[in-house]
Design a protein around this ligand. Structure first.
Ligand code: FCB
Length: 451
């Protein structure tokens, strides 16, 4: 992208993102309690190669060097998550000072290097003790989450620029309780929808406490959103795409922004719909300061005549490029998505809280020539730029991820990092994409100071 064309605002956040379980390791240290991902990873056949986050990138010990690396890259923001089981090992009750202090030091370390902290409170590592009581299926979890949010925001306060309550509740609910591909590994549609409801309720219930503790910070949520597009212009495929939009996007956006579940999806789910209590939807729709958008690909679908709602069949495009995850590289989808959010939902400042790609990297002579990732990054930044030019209020971009890490059910087989991690030695090596991003940020910042 030519820096001439770029119209990113002067105070745009140029960031990288990670999450606690994917990078920290040190799962048995400083009185951290077990999480559902420790349990899930230890269950035969759940994670590729039987891998786990037990060591991961050893970031819990190497955090200072990792912050130095970020400073070297020139990013001005970092999205990380706090680990609930490190801070409250039993999920509720006593706070583990050592766990909380880790994030206290991390935040000061970021600020000291001129990097703005963006904190996600829940990026999937639920304390196992809470799962033992039903996890996200037990409505009591809402109060537990509010207590946890209270503890974290009291400690970190306004030093953090923005707090997201949840990362991708669709994944926690659907993959965790609907298909069983993620922890805790339950496969039941009705349960996934009940879990989704409690996740949203926990989000809405925590906001006022978070605002009280950190009045200058911004408060919001991070959603994974997919433009759902029909594979043909037949009425059936268009209707299928609309159903998929209900399943992925509107099931979360509508309650958050409109205080109601989408009628078509509600009807489609039939008996599986969640039970609600009076006032729940009002709580969920509590005003936010931003929406965090995670975008990786679009969903291209055709109608499927039978099967469970939303009855769609994924369609691949013969000549398109696909990442190692099997996800189509489709930057236009990010522009489409941002314009759609702007048009259909209350216009809030948006952060692109994740965007990135996994490709098979080769480390050779201390270099990784990841031109496919570099191109993905460049074309998606271009797509963000296009949306800004068309009036969408995007305030920042966080590349997923700072470094290769534990990719959930895929273990260490999928590398999303801008920085390569040699898991044998824990050595970090800047990939070409990292060098490009660093240079791009520098050019943007130079542009910003020129008259
Ligand atoms: C997102 C997750 C993140 C990472 C990327 C590839 O769904 O939020 O942790 O796994 O996908």
């Amino acid at each position: 992208m030519s820096s001439k064309k770029a119209s990113f605002p002067q105070d745009f956040l140029w960031g990288v993102a990670t999450s606690s379980y994917q990078i920290e390791g040190a799962v048995n240290e400083d009185e951290r309690g077990p999480s559902i991902w420790d349990t899930f990873s230890a269950t035969l056949g759940k994670v590729h190669n039987g891998e786990s986050g037990a060591i991961a990138c050893d970031h819990y010990h190497r955090w200072e060097a990792d912050l130095d690396l970020m400073q070297k890259l020139g990013v001005n923001a970092y999205r990380f998550s706090t680990a609930w089981p490190r801070i409250m090992p039993n999920g509720t009750g006593p706070v583990n000072k050592k766990g909380l202090d880790f994030y206290d030091r991390l935040v000061d370390g970021l600020l000291g290097r001129g990097i703005k902290p963006f904190c996600t409170l829940y990026h999937w590592d639920l304390p196992q003790t809470l799962e033992d009581k039903g996890g996200w299926l037990n409505r009591d979890i809402v109060a537990a989450f509010v207590d946890y949010a209270d503890v974290v925001t009291t400690k970190l306060g306004d030093r953090v620029l923005a707090y997201a309550t949840l990362n991708e509740p669709w994944c926690s609910a659907h993959l965790g309780y609907g298909t069983g591909h993620h922890a805790p590994g339950i496969a039941d549609t009705a349960k996934s929808l009940q879990a989704a409801h409690h996740l949203l309720l926990a989000h809405g219930s925590a906001l006022s406490v978070m605002r009280r503790n950190a009045p200058k910070a911004r408060h919001g949520i991070v959603l994974n959103l997919y433009p759902a597009q029909p594979a043909s212009d037949s009425a059936q495929d268009i209707a299928a795409a609309r159903r998929l939009d209900g399943f992925f996007n509107r099931w979360y956006l509508d309650p958050l922004f409109k205080g109601s579940y989408p009628e078509d999806a509600w009807a489609g789910y039939g008996e599986s719909v969640p039970s609600l209590q009076d006032g729940d939807l009002q709580t969920i729709a509590a005003p936010m300061d931003f929406l965090g958008v995670n975008y990786y690909t679009r969903s291209l679908v055709a109608d499927k005549e039978s099967g469970d709602w939303p009855r769609v069949r994924a369609v691949t495009v013969p000549d398109a490029e696909y990442t190692e995850m099997g996800w189509e590289v489709y930057p236009q989808g990010l522009t489409d998505l941002l314009l759609r959010l702007h048009k259909d939902f209350r216009s809030l400042p948006i952060f692109i809280t994740e965007n990135g790609s996994a490709f098979a990297d080769v480390l050779e002579n201390d270099r990784v020539h990841d031109s496919a990732r570099l191109h993905y990054l460049e074309s998606h930044l271009e797509a963000v730029n296009e949306a800004i030019a068309q009036g969408v209020d995007v305030r920042g971009y966080f590349a997923w991820s700072l470094m290769d890490n534990f990719e959930w059910g895929h273990g260490y087989a999928k590398r999303f990092g801008l920085v390569y991690v040699d898991y044998e030695t824990q050595k970090r090596v800047l990939k070409d994409s990292a060098r490009w991003y660093s240079d791009f940020i520098l050019r943007q910042q130079e542009r910003a100071v020129l008259p």
